[in-house]
Every structure is written in structure tokens, then in C-alpha cells.
Design a protein around this ligand. Structure first.
Ligand code: PMP
Ligand code: GLN
Length: 382
């Protein structure tokens, strides 16, 4: 049987490639972004409790109503916005699904979508599977800022959407008020939608504030804002998240959602609906991960890697410029095989690979894990 591929240029995602290589070589996996420390036991107990209490059947198609109510209260407190839990929030099986559904809701063949590279690796396939055209714009190396003039130059009549991501994977860069104003200037008076990937909203450091699109009513009116519980509660394997969008947009989003997964697993929604009342759990995240970033950076001083700034997310980029002439991909493989430490080559986040000699390290790990990994790197460079 012949399948005409809908994604002819796509292979296996780099996260799976590097994680498999890490397993094969018994390497410490600082590649794929996931914590190796345990999640909160009270939350797992709540899931257990909801299962035992029989909360095991379908919940409402748009997500458990109490969870949506609490999410509306949460974003109201965090971002001073009024979100209707009945019409503007949908619980999804993860942030990636929310982004895919948002694209599928709005895109028609030949539409253009502006995105910033390095970009999370699902964006371009999500755009292309809908017959639309990805328009990548490189962030400015080495600070990975956005050159907004470049964005203005790439907007056409076919521009259907711009996708932003802050705090940013893989760079840890955080959007500023100036970025928000530039974005506002560009979309004002147009029909351009925004997809705002805010899965790392609470993983933000150095007293920076997360500028959620939910803070700006004039931008929110055209935006699908996507979140992930996996990042907030250290349970990436739960694959649970949500999308917030104005009613008119959400109505169409739900049409796509209802015939794809229809509804997400119920015990976890019941558990999170009660756990989310403990605000400290997410408000303390920034400090918790900043300490890990600093701990890791401090250890890494013993290696010849040079850090680039990271103000959020799970990730820290390191440059190895001047150390060797290997491509990022080659060096990431060599480090996995020979040093026993897996990372992600940043070139994997570009459509046409750009090789700045930079690797992405995930520091959302136990201190002991970070210590062993860095010791191995130190040994490797001896
Ligand atoms: N966007 C970005 C930038 C991410 O790093 C992730 C993490 N995988 C996601 C979206 C989606 O998260 P998930 O689907 O696991 O909830
Ligand atoms: N978000 C995580 C990362 O960037 C993992 C996502 C995935 O494996 N698809 O590494």
C-alpha cells in the first residue's frame, strides 16, 4: 500500500532520537525536557482518591467544569483578565495538542504563518499538515532577540497567524513589553491571529515577569493561548493542558477538538481542580528552577562550555564555539556516546539548520544528576 506522506520532510523528533541514544549508551539525559525529580505526592494521592471515588467516566467535552472555573480564577489573579470558564477555556491532552488544534482551527491551504527560529519542533509540521506555509524568521544570535523589522518585512496578505513562545524553548529568552508593543503594531487592523505558547509561564527567573497575552485585551481578542500542566506540576507524562481563547475563536477550536480527542482523562482533572487552589505550588516554581539553573551553571564553570543567557524554561544553551569543528548534531552524538551526557543540538529547531555551535541542556534535574553529568563532561574534556 502506498501512502502519500502528509509530512514528507519529517523524520523522528529530535527528542525521541536523543532520548533513545541516551538509553542505548547509558547516558545521562539532559536532552529531552522532563524533570527527573518526583512530582508532588499530594497530587498523586488526589488522583488515586478520585479514581477510588469513581471519577473514572467522561467529563464534559471542554474539560471538568470546576477545573475550568479554577483556571479562570487563576488567570484572573495572575494576569488580571476576565475569562469565561464556560466559553473560553478548553482542557486538552497537553500543550502540543492545544497548539495543533489552534492551527487546524484557523489555517486554510496556502495561508502563511510566521514563527521564530529556533522553534519548538512541532510548529512547522503542525502548519504544513494543514497545507499552510511556514515562514520562519531567525532570532538574532547570540541574544536570540526578535528583529521586528524582519517580521514587518515578512507580513503579507496571506499571513494568517504569528506564533510566539515565552519563556522560549530552547533559548530561555523572555518577551519584553517592547516586543508586545511591536507585535501590537504589526497585527493592529489586520486579520492576523496569534498563537501564544505559554507552557513555561511559571518557569521564569531573575525577577522577570511573564507577559501573558491574557494581560492585553486588544491582543487576546485574536489569540489562542496554550498552557501545559505537565510543566507546572512536574508531570510531563500526564499530557494535560488547556487553551484559552475568546468565545468566537474557542467555538471553532472546540469543533476540531470534539472529533479528535473529545475529552481528557477525568481523574487527573478532578485532582488538579483541587490541587490548583494551592497557589504556592506554581508561584514557587520560578525560584525552584532558578536555583537549579544556577546550580548547573556553577558546575558547568569547570567545563569549557560558554553559557548563553537563560531567563526561563527548563533549558540552558551552551556554546562550544572554538572547542571543535563538529556540527551541533555530530557533537551532541559524540557527547552522548563518549561522555555519557545527552543534549539537544539547537540546529534541530530550524527548518534549514543553522549551526551556531550551541547545545541545549535541560537542568530540571536532581542536583545529584546534574553533578554526575557535569563530572562526566569534565572528564571528557581532560
Ligand atoms: N511548547 C513548548 C515550547 C514545549 O517545550 C512543550 C513541551 N513539550 C510544549 C509546548 C507542550 O507540552 P505538552 O504537550 O507536553 O503539554
Ligand atoms: N518539551 C520538551 C523538550 O523540548 C519535550 C517535548 C517532546 O519530547 N516532544 O524537550
Amino acid at each position: 500500500m502506498f501512502i502519500q506522506s502528509k509530512l514528507p520532510n519529517v523524520g523522528t523528533t529530535i527528542f525521541t532520537v536523543m532520548s533513545s541514544l541516551a538509553v542505548k549508551h547509558n547516558a545521562i539525559n539532559l536532552g529531552q525536557g522532563f524533570p527527573d525529580f518526583p512530582m508532588n505526592e499530594r497530587l498523586t494521592a488526589l488522583v488515586n482518591q478520585s479514581m477510588k471515588q469513581g471519577q473514572n467516566q467522561y467529563v464534559h467535552m471542554c474539560g471538568l467544569p470546576t477545573l475550568r472555573e479554577r483556571l479562570s480564577e487563576k488567570v484572573n489573579t495572575s494576569y488580571h483578565c476576565q475569562i469565561n470558564p464556560d466559553t473560553e477555556i478548553t482542557v486538552t491532552p497537553g500543550g502540543t495538542y492545544a497548539i495543533y488544534t489552534a492551527f487546524t482551527t484557523i489555517l486554510q491551504p496556502a495561508d502563511e504563518v510566521i514563527l521564530f527560529e529556533p522553534a519548538y519542533d512541532s510548529y512547522i509540521p503542525n502548519i504544513e499538515i494543514n497545507g499552510a506555509i511556514a515562514v520562519p524568521i531567525s532570532l538574532e544570535y547570540p541574544d536570540y532577540s526578535i528583529d521586528w523589522q524582519k517580521v514587518k518585512d515578512r507580513v503579507t496578505k496571506k499571513t494568517k497567524a504569528i506564533i510566539i513562545n515565552s519563556p522560549h524553548n530552547p533559548t530561555g529568552v523572555v518577551l519584553t513589553e517592547n516586543d508586545i508593543n511591536e507585535l501590537r503594531e504589526i497585527v493592529k487592523g489586520t486579520e492576523i491571529f496569534i498563537i501564544s505558547d505559554e507552557v513555561y509561564e511559571h518557569l521564569i527567573f531573575d525577577q522577570k515577569e511573564h507577559l501573558s497575552i491574557l494581560r492585553y485585551p486588544d491582543l487576546f481578542e485574536r489569540t489562542f493561548v496554550c498552557f501545559s500542566f505537565g510543566k507546572v506540576y512536574h508531570c510531563t507524562g500526564w499530557k494535560l493542558g488547556y487553551c484559552i481563547a475568546p468565545e468566537k475563536l474557542m467555538k471553532e477550536f472546540r469543533k476540531v477538538h470534539q472529533f479528535n480527542c473529545f475529552t481528557c482523562n477525568s481523574p487527573m482533572q478532578h485532582a488538579i481542580a483541587s490541587f490548583i487552589e494551592d497557589k504556592d505550588q506554581y508561584l514557587s516554581l520560578g525560584n525552584f528552577l532558578q536555583q537549579k539553573r544556577d546550580y548547573f551553571q556553577n558546575l558547568m564553570k569547570e567545563t569549557p562550555f560558554r553559557p548563553l543567557p537563560s531567563h526561563g524554561s527548563y533549558f540552558q544553551l551552551y556554546s562550544y564555539e572554538g572547542l571543535n569543528e563538529l556540527s551541533e548534531n555530530e557533537f551532541a552524538i559524540q557527547l552522548t556516546e563518549q561522555a555519557g551526557v545527552a543534549t539537544i543540538p539547537v540546529s534541530a529547531f530550524y527548518k534549514k539548520p543553522v549551526d551556531n555551535k550551541v547545545l541545549r541542556f535541560c537542568f530540571a534535574k536532581k542536583e545529584a544528576t546534574l553533578e554526575v553529568a557535569v563530572n562526566r563532561l569534565v572528564e571528557f574534556f581532560k
